[in-house]
Ligand binder design. Sequence first.
Ligand code: ARG
Ligand code: ZN
Length: 889
Amino acid sequence: MSKSQPKTIYLKDYSAPDYFIEKTELEFDLFEADTLVRSKLTIARNTAKPAAPLVLNGQNVELVSVAINGEVLSASDYTVDDVSLTISNLPDTFIFECVTKIQPQDNTSLEGLYKSRTMFCTQCEAEGFRKITYYLDRPDVMSVFTTKVIADKQKFPVLLSNGNEVGAGELDGGRHWVEWNDPFKKPAYLFALVAGDLINVDSHFTTQSGREILLRIFIEPKDKNKCDYAMQALKNAMRWDEDVYGREYDLDIFMIVAVDDFNMGAMENKGLNIFNTSCVLASPETTTDAGYQRVEGVVAHEYFHNWSGNRVTCRDWFQLSLKEGFTVFRDEEFSADMGSPTVKRVEDVSMLRSMQFAEDAGPMAHPVQPSSFIEISNFYTLTVYEKGAEVVRMIRTLIGAEQFRKGSDLYFERHDGQAVTIEDFVAAMADASGRDFSLFMNWYKQAGTPKLSAKGDYNAANKTFSLTLSQSCPPTPESQTKQPFHIPVAVALLGKEGALKLSLQGDVQASISADQQEAVLELTSSSQTFVFENVDEPPVPSLLRGFSAPVKLAYNYSREELGRIITLETDGFCRWDASQQYALLVIADVMAALVNEPAPAVDESLIEAYRTVLTNDALDPAMIALMLSLPSEDYIGDQQAIVDVDTIHHARNRVVRKIALSLHAEFLACYNKIHQELSAAPYSPDATSIAKRSLKNKALAYLVETGKPEAIELCKAQFEQSDNMTDTMAALTALVHSPKAAIADLKAACLAQAYGKWKEESLAVNQWFAVQATSPVPGALAVVESLMQHEAFDIRNPNKLRAVIGGFAMRNSINFHDRSGSGYAFLADQIIKLDSQNPQVASRLLTPLTRWKKYDEKRQQLMRDALQRILDKPGLSPDVYEVVTKSMV
Ligand code: ARG
Ligand code: ZN
């Protein structure tokens, strides 16, 4: 058995499978030591490939026996290596049978069949099924699955797989079995199995055609009271998908299982979704508002995959965004409809700009449709998911909601039951709308964030406003030069009183809204000028409304012009963005001044702009909270060629402190008013209350920032009296993250009190870990090291790793990037340790080290040393190998 070297796989090498698997019959005999998997596959040769041998994928599985058409093969009839089983000279159709032996209890990769606490469960996407048995583990091989699960009845009373239960019975020795059949053909990555001692919470949903669906969430008994919210979210999602996309659920039962140990958020296995507990369980005492919203979003996301992913799936893994980009777009719109669309859009864009833009500018940058990879697990990225969703959104912007719906109907109808490509998706949109998307495909094929530069020119004599748009895109690993992108730029022109009526000169590629207040200009070459006519006054252009394209906009706004957008724009995104740009200018001034003086002044006009926003009763409180949030350190860093970690931190803090002190009275009044309003009713995670809490807690954070004893008292009172996790965590975070040395004892006391309360609540403990790991106060590394020794820490649990190691390395810049390099060395040590245990998690946690080019020379060297140390580890996983080697170039 030879160990194969990591090798690059190319999209251009795609070739249809050599064989198809019509029927898959599985039998799992689960034991504490060895699990036996019996597989019977009905296979037919792809007649286009007459001579090809059968090559099945298999990894970390022990082959016990193999037979063709009932004849047991001897070892000379096949070859096995560490990733495959090969059999030659097969007839055109045959029955393949094999028995494999696996040890799920030792499977720490959490891929394939593994144990989470006391339960058996699976994660097969992308290529985990091959860790269960030999198979054609690729998404274009779709099969009807029947699965029989056998286990000890007392320990594992619940035995689940995809589809419908078709049989059950008792066996000798206290064992029992349940058989499942999934009538829909599916690829192996959608297979799931669960065995455990679980309880279920049930509900029902009646579909648009009147079919009654059983909805069933499985959890551990202790979590019984924590699934109501997910259940309601599921029903809302089912209704929404019928209303907005005409998609009805297809099986008679839809199941969700919550598991503690899970690499990602959740998985859309057909009829049997498996969820990280963090994305399904929710209770006021353990879950923040953001946590509730995440549950709602992820439940919907996985449900929506039933059509965008399962009924129509991906031909190969280069097409991952076909299902993920589209499904994220769908879940974003769902969440927007369930709450505040503007707030949701701002949150999504803010995340995209600070995280995805950084990915697109780093060494792992890749197109939404990558053209090559070593390990597909590394491509479950912000680019494939979030940028992929932006690309789908642009399609809708270009053709309008109605044509978009026609396009999606056509796509589902044309490709139901098939494994298809991103090109097929776009072709359906093109056919339904009659639009040409050939240039648009560059969004899928080219990596990198385009820069969109805009220049405005008002001609008073002609009453015209000329807007010149130009684009460029920095080189990325897959390509040094870039073709132009097809960029929809949504624009309004703001006069002194508000939006002006728009009319465009000449025959340009653009559309104007019914109310004439917005134009969508289509930039399709490197530079174009659009001329607005009948413009009676010099306007301020408000560009990229709703963030109409995932680009970096450059327009030389004055503070006054930004002020006009903040007060007059009706598009929430532009309004928020103007406040961000304003703050960026002010922070940039402070950063520049910090070179010469330790305590530079902060532009008072920002304070006045904030005061106006804070006291504007017409604004949604959640929008106020967002507009009063300074750009994150990451986003500020992204604007710089070389990130000046310390200066960013100090300058931003200085501005925060100035705002806090100047608007102290306003923040206090705002806090007291909302606090009183909210105290009248018990906690509820509805949009209105969430919005109020977000502003109240924003005010609290600014109050604590002043360091005033009354503010600390107020915060302590909120921590002690709160009946919900949002307020508790907001207060705890404000205290723990405060630099005020005098409150060290108070911090320690609150942390101890919180742990005492949450000990038994794993998801709450994760947040308790994270608040400490992300603290900007000096000394975070020592805290992190001690947290890893804490009784509640579990190195096998990805949520704990993400809270502690991820919190420190990804959400604590100032400490992680400490000049000494101690943060880098720590992370390298952890990656080296985790690589053998869980390569997927190790590879993800590694991300911050890969961004070394963005830092000063000294840090660059330290970061590269850390990467080299990782690379020197013998037997590195392909996951970590790919990220380290690509980032060291
Ligand atoms: N399809 C899942 C989702 O987005 C995620 C699966 C992640 N798998 C992985 N190997 N990274 O809902
Ligand atoms: Zn997904």
